[in-house]
Design a protein around this ligand. Structure first.
Ligand code: PLP
Length: 469
């Protein structure tokens, strides 16, 4: 393909994109393909000769699209949304057009400096204090890994990277039983070992870790010759929105000199609204905080905001700086690849700039507030239905329920059949989780274009399908 043929196809794809987003609400949310359908439709061998874009695009529509679950569907209430607002799609188009590799300041000064400014905009939007500096990571998993490596290096007096962990006493990291699996993987990858990730039991409606149990666990470890190293807090956990008592846990961590990382991958976006900040009191005492603008803020995947009270600890942990990477002659510049595990970096700040400017913080806040209010209204309606039990209350726009009609026996099986039937129906998409061993159904609203009617349709679908099974 020659570049002078590009604009023709670029326009076609822009038209296709607009039509897709305007009509996606009419499609079933979850893909209806069977395993192997797409694999079998793709030739086993690559073509020897080039093919026409017309043919490739036709196959894209015929083979790929039927196998897509529509994450941008207004009634996608499963998992957490991964929103791609229109300005973020445009910004990604431009970023892919110029395709810079932004590992160092000099490999694209604009990308680096815009990243600095955008992270400062986000810091201000979340009302985090001046001292915090930010970096855009590819995912919350990567940010958590970087934070765990930093905890490890600090606790080992910066010897872990050179000597490994072999002769060191076990490092201990504490978190609640509700944290995301990315925490476990970071612990594995950092060489700390699952056995040294200590789960603190949760309590109360917020399902947050019990601070007394946290302190007791640290004490036991100190007495037993382990080395307490860090605490990972959860604000808006994936299953039920579990949220630790941030101020009390951070206070205990500080008392014992432990590094702290707060995983607010989903709920962090909501902190642009002052009225939700009571969910993380004392957050300014954390060492590291992560949230994903690629979830609730409309900045499409991937874009993860990682804030650090002292970025030097992170850079000391991750920077290698061989000679060929040195940016000579420019003092005071930032090479963000020293702040993350991957070296190569996409130009992710551009879509933040487009999205924040297009909607303004007030436009973004309004969307988030709507999602929370509509979700709570739906919760109230389902709570009033005799055969349904609310299992966990709304945390922002996330809550869980269970269908428990009189006389039903195997409730886990019944609820699994219900969620499957709802998803086969196609009008909405929900996922399930477990709470204290019980299978429950999650509801979460956060799609950028969802409306009150979309959210209320979930009531009709859930109650209608429950009656039918
Ligand atoms: C989504 C999520 C993650 C993982 O985010 P990635 O960016 O996909 O790595 C981690 N923690 C929580 C609480 C999440 O909701």
């Amino acid at each position: 393909m020659k570049w002078d043929e590009f604009s023709d196809w670029g326009k076609k794809i822009a038209d296709w994109t607009q039509d897709y987003h305007l009509s996606v609400g009419k499609k079933p949310v979850r893909a209806r393909t069977e395993p192997g359908d797409v694999l079998n439709a793709l030739p086993a061998h690559p073509p020897e000769q080039g093919e026409a874009i017309e043919d490739i695009f036709r196959d894209f529509e015929q083979i790929v699209m039927p196998g897509i679950t529509h994450w941008q569907h207004p009634r996608f209430f499963a998992y957490f949304n991964s929103n791609a607002s229109a300005p973020s799609v445009l910004a990604e188009f431009l970023a892919s057009a110029i395709a810079p590799q932004c590992m160092l300041w000099q490999t694209s000064p604009a990308a680096t400096e815009m990243e600095t400014r955008m992270m400062d905009w986000l810091r201000t939007a979340l009302d985090l204090p001046d001292g915090f500096a930010g970096v855009i990571q590819d995912s919350a998993s990567s940010a958590t890994l970087a934070a765990v490596l930093t905890m490890r290096e600090k606790a080992m007096n910066w010897q872990g990277n050179s000597q490994g962990l072999f002769s060191h006493k076990p490092l201990r990291i504490y978190c609640s039983s509700e944290v995301h699996t990315s925490i476990d993987r970071a612990i594995w990858v950092a060489g700390i070992g699952q056995d040294n990730l200590i789960r603190i039991p949760v309590q109360g409606d917020w399902r947050g870790m019990n601070p007394e149990s946290l302190e007791a666990a640290i004490q036991v470890d100190l007495d037993s010759g382990y080395q307490p190293t860090g605490v990972i807090l959860c604000v808006g956990g994936t299953g039920t929105g579990a949220t630790d008592p941030v101020d009390r846990c951070l206070e205990i961590a500080r008392k014992y000199g432990l590094y702290t990382h707060v995983d607010a991958a989903w709920a962090g976006s909501a902190m642009i609204c002052p009225e939700y900040r009571h969910y993380w009191p004392g957050i300014d005492q954390a060492d590291s905080i992560v949230f994903n603008p690629h979830k609730w803020l409309g900045v499409q995947f991937d874009c993860c905001a990682h804030f650090l009270k002292d970025p030097d600890d992170l850079v000391r942990t991750l920077a290698i700086s061989p000679e060929y990477l040195k940016t000579h002659g420019k003092d005071g510049i930032i090479n963000y690849s020293e702040w993350s595990v991957p070296l190569g970096r996409r130009f992710r700040a551009l879509k933040l700039w487009f999205v924040i400017r297009t909607y303004g913080l007030e436009g973004l806040r309004q969307r988030l507030r709507n999602h929370v209010n509509w979700s709570v209204a739906l919760h109230d309606r389902l709570a009033a239905e005799p055969d349904f039990r609310i299992v966990t209350p709304p945390m922002w726009s996330l809550w869980t329920f269970r269908y428990e009609p009189d006389g039903a026996v195997d409730l886990d099986d019944l609820n699994l059949r219900l969620v499957n039937a709802i998803n086969d129906d196609g009008r909405i998409y929900l996922t399930q989780t477990r709470v204290d061993g019980d299978l429950v159904i999650r509801f979460q609203a956060g799609q950028f274009e969802t409306t009150e009617q979309d959210v209320m349709m979930a009531y009709d679908v859930i109650t209608e399908i429950a009656r039918g099974i």
